[in-house]
Write a protein that binds this ligand. Structure first.
Ligand code: MG
Ligand code: MG
Length: 252
């Protein structure tokens, strides 16, 4: 396993790639409403990414047919946009996307409620988001990688939710997925030492019910095995000597 340490020049390019992605997510959050199709979200997202002179890095990645992964309710990740799939009041929807700016990748995900949602669904979204922030409290030089994994698990498990195990976070840079893999559940080992200049995508995927997932026949869409709701929250971060820099946060 080789984990890349970014130079100051590369860090600047990562910052810009991620800053743009944060703005794309901010803009997409405003179009989430009952009546919109998941395909319309993808079309708008691709248009936005290209308007910055960037390239959507999910499009054609291992054959993925769209720029934005749009996953509804029990879909965990990798939902394929579809013009016949219309969001309705009470749904929750996860948008996962990334882009390439001057050869440097960014990656981030958010889950939103569509119109008014149940308290149960809102709590899942809130806990999933907060688990990212609990995890990155440990994302600093001198700590070990799995300190992040363990902190996410310690925060989420008391809620009785299932933490997805089949999919994990990752390093990111000149490739969308670099070493190391970053699980969101407790590890028996410490993992690598974190060093300044590492850029990592931390992305807890949390289910109300079981942690177990399966794949639909399209071979992309990951769904919860028990049909329970799932939420996703991801940012690309930079490890520094001190607090981590969250690069894809946007203005919100
Ligand atoms: Mg990712
Ligand atoms: Mg992602």
């Amino acid at each position: 396993m080789s984990v890349t340490i970014k130079s100051q020049r590369e860090i600047e390019l990562m910052r810009e790639s991620c800053r743009i992605l944060g703005e794309v997510h901010d803009a997409l959050s405003k179009i989430i409403a009952p009546g919109i199709s998941t395909k319309e979200i993808d079309i708008e997202g691709e248009k936005l990414i290209r308007s910055y002179g960037c390239v959507p890095n999910f499009l054609h990645y291992n054959g993925f047919p769209a720029s934005i992964c749009v996953s509804v309710n029990d879909e965990v990740v990798h939902g394929i946009p579809n013009k016949k799939k219309i969001l309705k009041e009470g749904d929750i929807v996860s948008l996962d996307c990334g882009l390439i700016y001057k050869g440097y990748h960014s990656d981030a995900a958010r889950t939103y409620g569509v119109g008014k949602i149940s308290d149960e669904a809102q709590k899942l979204i809130d806990v999933t988001k907060q688990s990212f922030f609990e995890g990155i409290k440990y994302a600093k030089a001198g700590n070990h990688l799995y300190d992040i994994s363990n902190a996410i698990d310690d925060y989420v498990t008391p809620f009785g939710y299932g933490i997805v195990r089949d999919l994990v976070g990752h390093g990111i840079g000149t490739s969308l997925h670099e070493d190391p893999q970053i699980p969101n559940f407790r590890q028996k080992r410490h993992g690598i030492l974190l060093e300044p200049g590492m850029t990592l995508a931390i992305e807890p995927m949390i289910n109300i019910g079981t942690w177990e997932v399966c794949w639909e026949d399209d071979d992309w869409t990951v769904v919860t095995e028990d049909g329970s709701l799932s939420a996703h929250y991801e940012n690309t971060i930079l490890i520094t000597e001190g607090e981590p820099e969250i690069l894809t946060l946007g203005k919100k």
